[in-house]
Design a protein. Structure first.
Ligand SMILES: Nc1ncnc2c1ncn2[C@@H]1O[C@H](COP(=O)(O)OP(=O)(O)OP(=O)(O)O)[C@@H](O)[C@H]1O
Length: 276
């Protein structure tokens, strides 16, 4: 497999507002119900993410993790509360925010070569051709796919396709990256590589990353903080700070006794065995 340890571009970020003293993401009293459903999915969800922080969001199956992420991305309008991204209330997809979905096969266009896929959002936002080429090359290099530019997505493995999806998000130079179960559809080794790629990207860009995952070990390995959602209607049951040293390493970090303690703690909070 191509090396994933290539440098991630430290490129200029899009011009987005920064409101002094505001966290990168602020969620206040968020509630959401789907039409026709007997009860709300989310109820009074509140938390913040600091600039450069990596948060994971975990919780029981079907509790509203993806719904929460879609509210943050401006894809769903909550019926209660407020989401602020970079100090601005969200009422549409915020500038400076990109999202990576679980299903890369549906998020990439099969009829476009990899390079075209990566530059697609840049074309849509009117980035000039020379800069599009530069950003596409940088982003593909960042995920170890510099040689795949002229291939079609269906000529790549699942893990490589997800790296293309990550490269496409990086090409937008986001301040905030949302990832919805991004590694759920790849094998264990590729998953570990993509986890390390995510940490490398965060370190290089200093971007704020929020990851929804079902995998408790992954949540502890990646996080500065784990947000545990309760059963529906979901609220924040617990926030677990992860004080494991950096840089993290798949072998050393996961065999650290503190890692084992933290994963047990998160698992207990998901099951509702442990009071806040
Ligand atoms: N578009 C929709 N219309 C109606 N109900 C929906 C819609 N999307 C999700 N739901 C319901 O909202 C609840 C939360 O779904 P969501 O996908 O946000 O949970 P999740 O925690 O991400 O799930 P999982 O753990 O299975 O990935 C579920 O009961 C789901 O059936």
């Amino acid at each position: 497999m191509t090396s994933m340890r290539n440098p991630v571009p430290t490129a200029a970020r899009p011009a987005v507002a920064d409101v002094a003293g505001e966290p990168a993401v602020r969620v206040t009293g968020l509630g959401h119900s789907y039409p026709g459903q007997p009860r709300p999915v989310l109820h009074d969800v509140s938390f913040t993410a600091a600039d450069g922080e990596l948060l994971t969001i975990v919780g029981p199956s079907g509790t509203g993790k993806s719904t929460l992420l879609r509210c943050l991305a401006g894809l769903l309008r909550p019926d209660q509360g407020e989401v602020c991204v970079l100090g601005e209330p969200v009422c549409g997809v915020p500038a400076g925010l990109s999202m990576v979905f679980q299903d890369y096969s549906r998020s990439l266009f099969p009829w476009m070569r990899v390079g075209r896929n990566v530059e697609f959002p840049l074309r849509a936002t009117g980035v000039p051709a020379a800069e599009r080429r530069e950003r596409t090359a940088e982003s593909l290099a960042a995920v170890g796919l510099e040689d795949a530019r002229r291939k079609y997505p269906w000529q790549l493995s699942g893990g490589m396709q997800q790296r293309v999806a990550i490269a496409r998000a990086l090409a937008c130079r986001p301040r905030i990256l949302l990832m919805d179960e991004p590694f759920a559809s790849v094998d264990a080794q590729t998953r570990a590589d993509l986890e390390d790629l995510t940490l490398a990207v965060r370190d290089r860009f200093g971007m704020t990353i929020l990851v929804v995952t079902h995998d408790i070990d992954e949540s502890v390995y990646l996080s500065d903080r784990v947000i545990v959602l309760s059963r529906p209607p979901a609220t924040v049951a617990e926030q677990v700070s992860v004080d494991l040293p950096a840089p993290r390493d798949q072998i050393t970090t996961r065999s650290d006794p503190r890692f084992v303690h933290l994963r047990t703690d998160v698992a207990a909070h998901i099951r509702g065995d442990r009071a806040s």
